[in-house]
Each structure stands twice: as C-alpha cells, then as structure tokens.
Design a protein around this ligand. Structure first.
Ligand code: MLT
Ligand code: ZN
Length: 468
C-alpha cells in the first residue's frame, strides 16, 4: 500500500517534509553505518506540530524515529527494516524559552544545541555543565534521549542528573507537560526519568527544564604522562583528594591516539616526553586553580606516578590540549572505523585498567593485525576501546572474527558487572548484544513499560529493547 505523505506537509509545511537528496544527510547516521528506510524527514516547529505528526502516523500506521543533531553513536535515530517510518527531526525546535539565573534553571526546546545552551548560561553567569566533542551539533533532546555523558560527568553527573522536567509527546499524540523545576518532589514515580535514556521508544521529548550550576571562571588543564597504566587509579585518587570539588574532568589519552590526531590535524605533540598513556585533567573553580594543579602534579611526580606534565598557560593552549581529546574518536581518524569495533563500556572504576588490558589480550589473540586503543572518562569508569582493521587486506579477516571478538568482550564486560553502553545508548548497534547484561526480570519490566506507553510499537521499533 502506498502511503500518501501529503498530509504531513499540511501539518508542518511542504518545505519541512524532506525526501530524496534533501533528506540524505538525515537518513544516515554520523558514523555512516546505518541507512534509513523512511518515507520522509518531518521537521515540526512546535510541540503541537509534533503531536499532530504523531496522530498522522497513528492514522496511517507509520513508525516514528525521532532525531536531534544526528550525532548519535549507536544508530538509535535511523529507522530501518520495521515497515513504513518517518524521521521526526526536532531541529527546528531550537529556542531557549527561559533562562532563570535565580532559579538556576533553563527551559529549552528539544532542538537547542548543547553549545548554544553553554553559551547562553555563561552570558547569565551560570554554567550548563554537560560537554563533549560534538557540542556544536548535538541537541539537548537527543542528549536526554540517550542519557549522554561527556567530559564533565566526574564532577556534575550525566544528563540524567541535569534534568528537572520534560515535556513529552506520547505515542497516541497526547502531550505530557512535565516541565517542573522542583529541586525536591517526592509525590510519586519520577516519570521524567523514564524518558531519559529511553532513546525515543517511549515518547518524543519536545522541551526540557535543565539545572544550571555556578560558573568556574578559573579553569586550567594539564596533560600528564603516566608512568604506567597501573598507576591510573592512584593518580585519579590523588587528583580527587588534592583538588576536591575543583576536579572537572579526568580523561585517559593513549599515545597512539595523540600521535594520530597530531598527524591528521597537523598539530604539534604538546610534550617532549613520551609515554604509552597520558591523563588530561581540568580543574575549575571561582578561585585561581594554578596552585592546586601544580601541587597535585608535584605530588603525583614525587609518588612516581607521572613522568612529565604540561600545564596550559593560555586559553589557546587550553584549546590545543582539549582538541587532542575531542578528536580521539576513530570516526575522524581511521578509514575503516565503521568496520571496526567501537566500545562505550563502563566497569567499576577500579577495574578500568584490567578491562583495558583484557580487551587488548582478546584482540591480540583473535585479530593480531588490528589496532587496539582506548580512551575515555576515567572518573566514570567509562572507556571507549576500539579494535580497528587498518588495511583493505584485513577487512575480510576482521569481519569473520568480529562476532567472536564482540562475544568475548561482552562476556568480559558482563563478568565485571559492567555495561555495554555508558553514554551512547543502545540504539540498533547494541540491541542484540545487551541481552546478557540484564536479568529476565529486568527485561520483563522494561517490556511492560514499553507496551504500556507504546502499545503499537510505533516509537523507534527495533531500537533499545531486544526481541523476547
Ligand atoms: C567521546 O568520549 O569522545 C565520545 O563518547 C565519542 C566517541 O567515543 O566516539
Ligand atoms: Zn565519551
């Protein structure tokens, strides 16, 4: 049966129903791993329009994948193989509706960029804390839907911790306005949290109230060369003990990654000393942090945990150090990144080094020709390990061992009480692999919630929840 999409144009205007070439960029995910089978991209400009599009989809029995900045890394925003579907792009809902410095909140539409929120908050002497490399293209709606994390989670928590209220269009087109800004509310189930990390499977987030924090006008970062990966947790403990609340980011960077970023973007390695691993540490406060930072580095050096360090002395140097971190993901660095394995694992933080080394051992056994490197958010136990075939000649070999590689690594993750997805979401990529991470009771609870809120399985079918 052909579906006439003219009705969508009547809701959002014909120019906001994209097909063919106009829709191409939004039919493919950021990593170019998934390609949508969809009727169109629909671009509503208000909650009422979102609700009307949902009602049109109900009438025409069409599935909906909602999409923000399309920067997701698990393929959760690309409909595929589940029958007729549309992509609901929230990008036109890009207004900051209210910034309340005294209430320490900001109310935004789902399509506002993370960077726009950061800048708006700073203009009012407040801080919107979440931050990661894709800040300039990721939207708040997508970030809530995937419970995104990033570099500052060690201090401020992840997206879940920033959310005070949400507005959601439900699967039948009804609108739930849960835009509260209460610090405390023990009046029943915390429904807003149900939608954080729900990846568009329970409702479409259209607006949100987020928390703001104190600004940290004094920020300074240092890159320190680790004596050995075995010292990682000791250096982290020392940073926490000596910097306290000022510790804003604590990231692990491997030499192989820094080298590749420098080569790719024509940058100069910031340190003469070479090590296998470095940590990039940012302190932030309303008072100068230079002494705190240098004292910590001196203590770490005295303890033999680091062999060298560079401290950013200017904003330009600060940006240079963080560029090394932002550009570490393989998508921008390696030709065959999409064939490789990209991980978003979290394990109990004390076991990060063990996880890193065990993945390397598994990869060395099954794919010795592959490049294995890891980087990530030490304070959150969140390590992005990557196993990548380098040359064309290795692709077929790699593809044949990939299922076994993933099976062994997943088994390792589960045996450590870890998660396959710390901050990227499950999407399509991890849906079948995540089964073993939760008990049958937990999956039954999740399926019960899904069935109650979306009985027709209209919202992002094939994403997040494995088949029974
Ligand atoms: C990061 O930490 O850089 C992000 O999670 C992106 C990625 O892993 O690709
Ligand atoms: Zn990350």
């Amino acid at each position: 049966m052909t579906i006439d999409i003219a009705g969508l144009g009547q809701i959002v205007g014909d120019s906001n129903v994209l097909t063919g070439k106009d829709a191409e960029a939004l039919f493919t995910d950021a990593r170019k791993v998934h390609f949508a089978e969809a009727l169109a991209v629909v671009r509503p400009a208000s909650t009422d329009e979102v609700a009307a599009v949902v009602r049109w989809c109900v009438t025409n029995d069409v599935a909906i994948s909602s999409q923000g900045g399309n920067t997701g890394l698990s393929g959760g925003a690309i409909p595929w193989g589940s029958g007729p579907a549309v992509i609901m792009s929230l990008q036109r809902m890009n207004q900051i509706e209210k910034l309340d410095p005294d209430g320490w909140t900001m109310t935004v539409q789902a399509g506002v960029l993370i960077q726009t929120m950061q800048e708006a908050a700073v203009a009012e002497h407040r801080l919107f804390a979440p931050d990661w490399g894709a800040r300039g293209s990721a939207t708040i709606g997508g970030a809530i839907a995937t419970d995104a994390g990033g570099n500052n989670v060690v201090r401020y928590g992840n997206m879940r911790d920033q959310i005070m209220g949400v507005e959601v269009v439900m699967a039948d087109g009804e609108i739930w306005n849960g835009l509260r800004s209460l610090r405390k509310d023990s009046s029943g189930y915390d429904l807003k949290q149900l939608f954080v990390g729900s990846e568009g499977t329970l409702g479409i987030i259209t607006r949100a109230v987020v928390k703001l924090h104190q600004t940290t006008p004094h920020e300074q970062s240092a890159l320190a060369a680790l004596s050995s990966l075995d010292d990682l947790m000791d250096v982290f403990a020392l940073a926490k003990d000596s910097a306290g609340d000022a510790l804003t980011a604590f990231e692990l960077l491997p030499e192989v990654g820094i080298q590749k970023v420098c080569d790719t973007y024509d940058l100069v390695h910031p340190m003469e000393t070479r090590a296998d691993f470095y940590v990039l540490i940012k302190l932030g406060s309303n008072r100068p942090v230079t002494d705190l930072l240098t004292d910590f580095l001196a203590l770490a050096a005295d303890a033999g945990q680091i062999t060298d360090a560079v401290v950013a002395a200017t904003p330009e140097q600060e940006i240079k150090l963080w560029t090394l971190r932002d550009e570490l993901p393989p998508t921008g660095l390696y030709t065959h990144h999409a064939t490789g394995i990209k991980m978003d694992t979290a394990v109990p933080i004390a076991r990060m080094g063990e996880f890193h080394n065990s993945v390397r051992e598994i990869a060395a056994e099954l794919a010795p020709y592959a490049l294995t490197y890891g980087f990530g958010h030490v304070g959150d136990g969140n390590l992005h390990m990557n196993v990548l075939p380098m040359g064309e000649a290795d692709i077929a070999k790699f593809k044949s061992v990939k299922p076994e590689l993933m099976r062994r690594i997943d088994e390792l993750t589960f045996s450590m009480g870890g998660t396959l997805s710390a901050e990227h979401g499950v999407g399509r990529d991890l849906r079948d692999r995540v089964v073993g991470q939760k008990s049958s009771v937990e999956w039954k609870l999740m399926r019960t919630i899904k069935a109650a809120l979306d009985p027709d399985n209209r919202l992002n079918p094939g994403v997040l929840i494995p088949d029974p």
